[in-house]
Design a protein around this ligand. Structure first.
Ligand SMILES: [Mg+2]
Length: 303
């Protein structure tokens, strides 16, 4: 009897309860060319809408993306302000969505996984919905945590959350309340900052909440009401995976078979889940063993 109870408890406490999936370049391959087109649209936006000199775009984009998670978050940090919806529609509106193909294989994998499944993307909700619909996966997830979920209001200043600190050492650019008039904002020279071998000022913070900020991941977990220790996080970005690991998630780097620090697993393609993580399907078997020969046992196993 004791043995049965142990097994019963084991099944009741399944190791995972939730799978958290990034969308772009995770649920469809980088080879779709969407990321490349997206980058091009961002660059066009910076030139056409923000009036940034074309010759500076490359360096600027790289630095912003690298330091802030998304170029948009970086643009806000260094002092640009713009309408988020307009930005997203410019950047995503003309993407070649036809390059994202229906993926019935992934669909059947997802549907066979007995866990809560949630999308966690830095992209906006229209892009997420369009991409999932192109993939034929729109009904495979319980919910989508996206840009709008994490940034419900447009903040003119850095978040006043308790864990945010003020800009340090760059006073002139920090307290400027941004307005919609481009002439009124002061832009932090991030290219100059990194060109200086001994930068005197700290980087300004962004009001945008996005991966790989730990705060963004923690907020997403709270919203979804999931325990990081019982959640598996799939993302193609090494730094997102590493941030996920820091907040206690189980992590799967997608798009490469090379495991990096912070990644518990690495999958060349999301299609390899079954081979690489058979344990995700073992729950069902385990519960069957437990139930056999035992009647009238109420359990909360949802597998
Ligand atoms: Mg991605």
């Amino acid at each position: 009897m004791e043995k049965f109870e142990d097994r019963y408890r084991q099944a009741q406490m399944q190791k995972y309860e939730c799978l958290l999936f990034d969308l772009d370049d995770t649920l469809y391959p980088l080879s779709s060319g969407i990321a490349k087109e997206c980058r091009k649209n961002i660059e066009d936006y910076m030139v056409e809408k923000l009036g940034i000199d074309k010759s500076k775009i490359d360096d600027l984009c790289n630095l912003l993306y690298k330091n802030y998670g998304t170029t948009m978050a970086g643009l806000r940090a260094i002092g640009y302000d713009f309408d988020y919806d307009k930005y997203h529609s410019f950047v995503h509106g003309r993407l070649p969505y036809e390059n994202i193909k229906p993926d019935p294989v992934l669909r059947s994998i997802l549907l066979s996984l007995p866990y809560r499944k949630i999308i966690f993307t830095n992209a906006d909700k229209i892009h997420a919905a369009k991409s999932l619909s192109r993939l034929g996966l729109e009904d495979c997830f319980e919910g989508i945590i996206c840009f709008e979920t994490l940034n419900p209001i447009h903040k003119n200043t850095v978040s006043d959350d308790e864990d945010d600190v003020e800009f340090v050492g760059s006073s002139s650019s920090t307290n400027t309340s941004t307005t919609t008039s481009s002439s009124s904002y002061e832009i932090f020279d991030i290219v100059g900052h990194f060109a200086n071998s001994n930068p005197i000022s700290a980087l300004p913070k962004t009001p945008v909440v996005c991966k790989p900020q730990e705060q963004a991941i923690e907020r997403a977990l709270k919203m979804a009401n999931v325990n990081p220790q019982r959640t598996m996080f799939f993302d193609d970005s090494v730094r997102n995976i590493q941030a996920g690991k820091r907040v206690g998630l189980h992590t799967v780097l997608v798009g490469t078979s090379q495991r990096v620090k912070g990644a518990d697993y690495a999958l060349e393609s999301i299609h390899n889940i079954r081979e690489a993580l058979p344990e995700l399907w073992e729950v069902e078997l385990k519960s069957e063993v437990v139930y056999s020969g035992q009647v009238a046992v109420e359990t909360s196993v949802t597998a």
